[in-house]
Design a protein around this ligand. Structure first.
Ligand code: NAD
Length: 485
């Protein structure tokens, strides 16, 4: 085992879970056993909640301009530990180093945003009638929880950590049991940055801990990022328990390609979007709809895909089950009559025979009722459909239950605008393969890609992590008494 067994992080200390149930943490790159992760019990969660509750009065009373000083230092520490965190991300998640580095750079940008929060949460004050002032303040909620997926071991935790904590909350995070190592390094960096003990805690585990989080009476809000199936379970359970909940689910993102699209740029963007992070991004292009004759662009997409080599510029998928699921989707499409032009099945990386790789896959002549057209595959696979009109393409996009992202490739501004307006997705783009908004713009999809109000990052997240206090104050005795004073 490469690393010592993983511990929970509670009240500023790495501590053993009270359970003996563990899971192996396997590197998808080559099957190396990295560590074991405890499947904590609800009593471990309770200990973490108590630590967070104890830390909350002092932390929430610390002025925000002081709280963000921790995040100025945390940002510098992320920069200093960029290589260590990127290496660890590659090791536990399987993505290639440049993708891991980009992930940590995004963590830095997210932290940079949190340091700007004092500029965004001053509240408002107005003399509403003679001598009477109304004021609003953003007040932290208390103990909050963040449940995260495997595909971004550092970035998704940092969607929530800097903003929720800088806004005065104390947090418990439940990392994915598949990639539990990176969060431990984040905990060390937060401590080194001066975050008081108990403000940030990690409880490892699986379903049991997620359920315990949703049920715990002293957790005020829950954010979840993962598959739609679990996002629904968490949203229902947390809100049933009268908690605030923001639950982000899976995706099936459509790229609409018009014949006037710039061929080389389009092909490069489509190939990069579908294969980046081995297709395990909730913003990855998964379905492409060509409107009219786009054969020349499809040829170029295939040329680009053939340059993507597993183990070189394409990482591994997370585990054997994912590898099998993705390959099954390709086989199903083949059986249903689609054409596999670039086939990523049975990918092998010499010297890494126990790694879990799927090569880039381009499936053409897909029809809307095929499973590869409708379902999230979460692998480096693009399913190409063809229509005669933009409205037919939009009908396919609109019929999909998800709604994370959609993008159009064209040089026609009016057409691009029309498609952006009609696409049923929270994040849309023009000539961009992965239309992820950058800070301070917020991240969040629509439909079955997100349950709850607010987005998880950017300005929108302020509303999620705080509640408004409204005060009405009268200092002036001569102001008199009437219905509005
Ligand atoms: P997942 O839903 O399997 O797991 C996410 C978290 O939920 C993990 O911490 C896991 O331990 C826990 N969990 C798993 N099954 C559970 C259950 N039955 N009950 C309670 N908790 C459970 O997701 P994943 O495989 O880790 O991540 C991939 C998915 O996440 C994809 O669907 C992807 O689209 C989605 N994702 C979405 C976004 C977004 O912004 N919308 C971002 C990243 C990933």
């Amino acid at each position: 085992m490469k690393y010592p067994e993983i511990k929970n992080y509670i009240n500023g200390e790495f501590v053993n879970a009270t359970t003996t149930r563990t899971m192996d943490v396997i590197s998808p790159l080559d099957g190396t056993l990295l560590s074991t992760v405890p499947m904590s019990s609800s009593s471990d969660l309770d200990t973490a909640v108590k630590a967070a509750q104890a830390a909350f009065p002092a932390w929430s009373k610390t002025p925000i301009k002081e709280r963000v000083q921790v995040f100025f230092r945390y940002k510098t520490l992320l920069e200093k530990h960029l290589k260590e965190l990127s290496d660890l991300c590659t090791e536990e998640n399987g993505k290639i180093y440049s993708e891991s580095k980009a992930e940590i750079e995004k963590c830095i940008e997210l932290t940079e945003f949190a340091t700007s929060l004092p500029q965004l949460v001053q509240g408002e004050l107005l003399e509403v009638s003679k001598g009477v002032e109304c004021k609003t303040e953003y007040v932290p909620l208390g103990v909050v929880a963040s449940i995260v997926p495997f595909n971004f071991p550092s970035m998704v935790p940092n969607w929530t950590i800097p903003n929720a904590i800088a806004l005065g909350n104390c947090m418990i995070i439940k990392p994915s049991e598949k990639v539990p190592l990176s969060c431990g390094v984040l905990a060390k960096l937060l401590k080194e940055a001066g975050l008081p003990d108990g403000v940030f805690n990690i409880v490892h585990g699986d379903v049991e801990i997620v359920e315990a989080i949703c049920d715990h009476p002293n957790i005020e809000a829950v954010s979840f990022v993962g598959s739609t199936k679990v996002a629904k379970i968490v949203y229902k359970r947390a809100t049933q328990n009268l908690k605030r909940c923001l639950s982000l689910g899976g995706a099936k993102n459509h790229l609409m390609v018009l014949p006037d699209a710039i061929p080389d740029m389009t092909a490069q963007n489509v190939a990069a979007s579908m294969s980046g992070c081995a297709g395990q991004r909730c913003m990855a292009a998964s379905a492409m709809i060509g409107v009219g004759n786009i054969d020349a662009i499809v040829d170029k997409i295939c040329d680009e895909a053939r340059k993507i080599i597993p183990g070189v510029n394409l990482g591994a998928v997370i585990d054997k089950a994912s590898q099998e699921r993705i390959e099954n989707y390709i086989t199903q499409a083949e059986k249903a009559g689609a054409k596999i032009i670039v086939d990523g099945r049975n990918a092998k990386v010499v010297g890494k025979e126990n790694g879990t790789y799927v090569g880039p896959t381009v499936i053409d002549f897909v029809t809307p009722e095929m499973s590869v057209a409708k379902e999230e595959i979460f692998g480096p696979v693009i399913s190409i459909m063809r229509t005669n009109t933009v409205d037919e393409a939009l009908a396919i996009e609109n019929a999909n239950p998800y709604g994370n992202a959609a993008s159009v490739f064209t040089q026609n501004g009016a057409m691009a605008r029309y498609i952006m307006e009609k696409a049923s997705a929270g994040m849309v783009g023009v000539n961009v393969g992965v239309p992820v908004p950058r800070e301070p713009f917020s991240f969040g999809g629509w439909n079955e890609s997100k349950f709850g109000v607010c987005d998880i990052t950017g300005k929108s997240s302020i509303e999620f992590w705080t509640k408004l206090k409204k005060s009405t104050v009268k200092w002036n005795a001569e102001a008199g008494v009437n219905w509005m004073s």
